[in-house]
Structure formats: C-alpha cells, structure tokens
Design a protein around this ligand. Sequence first.
Ligand code: NAD
Ligand code: AKB
Length: 325
Amino acid sequence: MKKILVTGAVGQIGSELTAALRKEYGENHVVATDIRMPTDVDLRDSGPFEFLDCLDPNHITRVMQIHETDTIYHLAAILSAVGETKPAQAWQVNMNGLYNILEAARQYHCALFVPSSIGAFGPTTPRDNTPQDTIQRPDTIYGVTKVAGELLCDYYHKRFGLDTRGLRFPGLVSYETEPGGGTTDYAVEIYYEAVRHKKYKCYLREDTSLDMMYMPDALRAMIELMEADPSKLKHRNAFNVTAMNFTPGRVADEIRKHIPEFEIAYEVDPTRQAIADSWPNYMDDSAARHEWGWRPTYDLAGMTVDMLEKLTGRVSAPDKQKRVS
Ligand code: NAD
Ligand code: AKB
C-alpha cells in the first residue's frame, strides 16, 4: 500500500484530495501537510497532519523519513492573481519549493505528482483547441513558474528516472474549500453568491471563455494518472485536461435556470482580465484521453445542479462551511 504525502493540503485541491486519497489508500497512509493548520475537523482528525514548509528542505526529508513516504502530491503553490501581487513569493514557493520536493523525491525514490495549469500558456499560444505541444510564452509570474515546473519535472524524469507526472488543470470549481487567489475563482464565487445573495459582481468580462473542471473529476484525474501504466505515458508532466469551457455570461444563464431572479453585473479587474485573456479559450485534451484514458463526467449543467444543491445545504447549516482563512 502506498504511503502518500500531500503538500498544500489545506488548500482548495489538497483538502479534497487528502480525503479522496485516504478513502482510496487508508487514512493512516496519507499524511496531510501545509504551513497552515486545517480548520476543517475532517481533514485534521481523519489521518496524520504535519506542519511543513516546502521552503525547508531538511524538514521535508525528516517528515518523509518519519512517515516512510513513497508518493508525493505536491500542491503547495501561489496562484495566478496572488502571484501578480507577490511575484518574489510566487517564485520562491513555486520554484524553490518544487525544487526541494524534487530533490527529496529523488533521495527517497518517490513517485511525484505536480499540477501545472492553463496558466502555463500565454498570449502567443493558439487560443482555440490549444494543442498538447505548442507555444508556451506566458507573461505572468505564475505562468513562468508553471512552464519551468513542467520542464524541471521532465528533466528529473529523464536525468534521474524519477516517476514524475502532472496535469495542466483548467479552473477548478468546488464547494468544500474556497479557492486560494486565482484568476478563475469567479467560477466558484458566482455559485456562493447566487445561493447567498442571488446576485454577483464579476471581475471578468461577460464573454471571457476559459476551460473549467468540477472537483470530483479533477480528483479522479490525479489518482488515475498516478495509477496509469507508465509505459503508456508520453506526456508525463503536462497533460492538457479539461471538462467544459464557459464564459461568465453562460454560467449566469445556467444558474438562472435554477434561480430565475439571479443577477450578474460586471466590474472588470484589469489585472485578472489580462491574465484570463492570455489563457486558452479551450484546450485539446486528446493526449490524456489516448495515453491514460481521461474522461470527464461533469458538464456545466450537471456541475451547476450539484454546486447549487451542496451550497444551499451549507448556507442553511453554516457551521459546515469550510473556508481557506
Ligand atoms: P490553494 O491556494 O488553495 O492551496 C495552496 C496551499 O499551499 C495553501 O493551503 C497554502 O497554505 C499552501 N502553501 C503556500 N506556501 C506554502 C509553503 N511554502 N509550504 C507549504 N505549503 C504552502 O491552491 P490550490 O487551488 O489547491 O492549487 C494547488 C495546485 O494546483 C497549485 O500548484 C496550483 O497551481 C494548481 N492548480 C490549481 C487550479 C485551481 O483552479 N485550483 C488550477 C490549475 C492548477
Ligand atoms: C488560477 O486561476 O490561478 C488557477 C489556475 C487555472 O491555475 N485557478
């Protein structure tokens, strides 16, 4: 049975991935780590938790030794919008943190999952049906670290034989833990505000098209990729994966099918709009489909039904709400 370490486990993905991995591999086989203590009791009490800063290489190896880790899901990072306000910190965490994790994985012969992002593309990348292998000249610090991270993981695989794997995720939509400062966060906030106040002020233009995925599909994608037959993986560290693409206007229309009085207004934030405008409208994820059988299950309609149902339950029982604070 695998012994897994999750970094950044208190974040939007980590909080749900930890639970999914504990269900799959056993509670005591998954060590959640972060620089923040989890406020969510399920995450805190369902298995081991360690305070772990990815910028501290000695602490990483100590925790790995104690827990005899053989697999790492490295989620600790600074996202795109926060990255533009703190570029030095984004470089530190996203590059030096990744380097420390790669070195620790090399030392202890661990398999390693590292997520990339649609943010690894840039303004000169083909916007429609963005190919798996294409121009990557991002102009955000987040994008720069994501491209460099993809390349560094490829290098560790080629040079040291490390079993590195990764996905270029689109914006992820979820209801358990609020997102941590990305450009695609609107696609989560819109559901919260629809349920709470029946209105939302969006910071992206109505017609901004971006790829998105519902969290259950993202969790399955990570676990399936890490379980995939390595001999079939040509694009180890940077598979395009997507489930749907929509604009703020389109998701508002979908919400109105359930909450007819829902109103949306637009007050564009130039920084986040520029980031979104530099990302693909929609990606080609056929390499993931062919090489390890990727298939999403949720589309916009199915995700909207589920998000509104789950959030309505949480708003009426607010103690169940888990926040990134
Ligand atoms: P998040 O911001 O919600 O969580 C990141 C976590 O990392 C936080 O809990 C934070 O406390 C922790 N962290 C920050 N600095 C750290 C450090 N020095 N040491 C240890 N932990 C530290 O982010 P997320 O949305 O869960 O994203 C996780 C990964 O997935 C990132 O690499 C991100 O780029 C990638 N990704 C996310 C999305 C998305 O929509 N959520 C999309 C594409 C890619
Ligand atoms: C962000 O907007 O920064 C993330 C991502 C798509 O990488 N959600």
